[in-house]
Design a protein around this ligand. Structure first.
Ligand SMILES: [Zn+2]
Length: 355
């Protein structure tokens, strides 16, 4: 963990000390729940009517169950992972997310190619259409990664499954899985704000949940949302034109941001131990689904990877020996097989030391 200088200010509502790190600009008082925004020397209070909490839908038991299921399935995991893993910590964190209510309107024009029956002439016919979309768009107010493991997997392309091959370099990126992105706020559905079951942000209801401060201010969040939504609407304009059989010439996107709330979203973090190493997992709050997880790699997976590599090498040599009729190569094929066997046995035996 990197040592960050801890700063402190007094809550302007209750006077309690609020500790934060440099770079954090959205701070919640752990005593009274007042949320401040820092802008250089200036400090302003976010009205309580703009601060919400998504209640936790699942508890520690569901998280434990989901973890065990994850350990028992998937590739490159030790066969006894779910039985031997010792769960050491299950902790809920609350992440600040800017939730932006916006409406997008798109006007597009395109051309449809038509061929008249009599003259067989091609003609471009202009078509145009418009559509409108409402959004409640989340922008995480924290930088990805950092204190809570796995938050980078909330975005598409972040690592959702991270196998630990230990010192076994041949494993490389085998078994790594990228995330398709997880929308903690609306669960990827187009829902009305009222359907989300948001509660007003009240620290008395947080229990053992740890509230994290935000590093992105409201203005930055709105700019990011605007960029993401315009891109999304332009893509939808192309798709809309495609459905109409048209080639898109031009799309005009207008986006109005109606309001921006700060929604605190809970996530579960779990730490388990297997052998001498600790591994971490992150869960979303609705069904305790795994957002990201680390796991050790089973020794037989390493042996299999090795055997596969040697078999591939031996196979190439055998093909050469056969088709080029180089008999001497058959010795190399046998040699590769023998070395592979020894390497695999050494790997299997060495596993007990680092595992
Ligand atoms: Zn306070």
């Amino acid at each position: 963990m990197t040592e960050q200088a801890l700063l402190e200010l007094a809550c302007s509502n209750c006077g309690a000390p609020v500790q934060y790190e440099s770079g954090e600009v959205v701070l919640a008082c752990a005593y009274c729940g007042t949320v401040f925004m820092l802008e250089g020397e200036r400090r302003s209070t976010l009205p309580a009517s703009d601060c919400f909490l998504l209640p936790l839908r699942v508890g520690q038991d569901e998280v434990r169950q989901s973890a065990q299921q994850w350990m028992a399935t998937g590739f490159f995991k030790p066969a006894d992972l779910d039985r031997r893993a010792k769960i050491e910590l299950i902790q809920a964190y609350v992440l600040p997310v800017w939730a932006i209510q916006a409406q997008g309107r798109v006007d597009w024009t395109g051309t449809v190619l038509t061929t008249s029956d009599e003259s067989h002439r091609h003609r471009d016919n202009k078509v145009s259409s418009r559509f409108q979309r409402d959004f409640y768009w989340p922008v995480l107010a924290r930088l990805l990664g950092g204190e809570v493991f796995g938050t980078d997997a909330l975005k598409p392309g972040g690592l959702a499954v991270r196998p630990d091959w230990g010192g076994f370099v041949l494993g490389g990126k085998l078994g790594q899985l990228e995330s398709e992105g997880v929308d903690l706020l609306t669960d990827g559905k187009q829902v009305q704000v009222g359907e989300l079951g948001l509660a007003s942000f009240d620290v008395r209801g947080l229990g053992e949940m740890k509230v994290l401060h935000g590093q992105m201010d409201r203005k930055q969040a709105e700019q990011q949302a605007r960029r993401e939504l315009v891109k999304l609407l332009e893509k939808e304009a192309r798709e809309d034109a495609g459905r109409a059989g048209a080639r898109l010439l031009n799309s005009d996107v207008e986006l109005d941001i109606a309001r921006t709330d700060l929604v605190y979203l809970p996530v579960w973090q779990l730490v388990y131990r297997y052998g001498r190493k600790a591994y971490r997992m992150l869960f979303e709050p609705r069904r305790a689904e795994v957002v990201a997880g680390e796991h050790p790699v089973g020794v037989w997976d390493k042996v299999l990877v090795l055997a596969g590599l040697y078999a591939a090498g031996a196979g190439v040599l055998a093909l050469l020996a056969h088709f080029a009729a180089i008999d001497e190569l058959w010795y190399l094929v046998a040699g590769a097989g023998a070395i592979g066997l020894v390497h695999a046995v050494v790997t299997a035996m060495g596993h007990g030391k680092d595992g």
